[in-house]
Ligand binder design. Structure first.
Ligand SMILES: [Zn+2]
Length: 169
């Protein structure tokens, strides 16, 4: 099932999501639906709060369907190591049409559980490092615009307010 993507302004995006405690069929269905919703929205990462579900699950595929092995499911993820710096543009399905330069760590290690509850660690560089940080942030109620200057952030917020007023957000 394809869920609509929740946009900036919805409080679900700004709260810390709840830990997953049952690794059951419901979770498996949620993860499937999240991949489907992410691909439909042409994204490379999606966190459950972005479909209105405040749970600590995120899916990532930085190859966008090219490599099935690149599909990554993160349940209850924690960033355990960050190294180096990279600058690059970043966007978010919950902030469509906006993109900003964001400085992030270049190499990132996440510790998470898989769909069966098994713990694993995964280290990513470049785009994957960025995705690991971006999606884990979502589960803590943070959006990438919290990493840009207040001036740029206010500009985006003002534009969104205008769009909302016109019924286009
Ligand atoms: Zn996002």
């Amino acid at each position: 099932m394809i869920y609509p993507i929740v946009k900036y302004g919805d409080p679900v995006l700004q709260k810390s999501a709840a830990a997953i405690t049952s690794f059951d069929d419901e979770l498996k269905r949620l993860v499937e639906d999240m991949f489907e919703s992410m691909y439909a929205a042409r994204g490379v990462g999606l966190a459950a709060p972005q479909i209105g579900i405040s749970k600590r699950v995120a899916v990532i595929d930085v190859t966008f369907k090219e490599d099935p092995d690149a599909k990554l499911v993160l349940v209850n993820p924690e960033i355990v190591h960050k190294e180096g710096r990279q600058r690059g543009t970043e966007g978010c399905l919950s902030l469509p049409e906006f993109r900003e330069e964001v400085t992030r760590a270049k190499t990132v290690t996440v510790r998470a559980q898989d769909i069966d509850g098994k713990f694993f660690e995964r280290t990513g560089e470049e785009l994957l490092a960025r995705a690991l940080l971006h999606e884990t942030d979502h589960l803590n109620g943070r959006l990438y615009i919290s990493h840009i200057s207040a001036l740029k952030r206010d500009l985006i917020k003002r534009k969104i307010k205008k769009l909302a007023k016109a019924g286009e957000w």
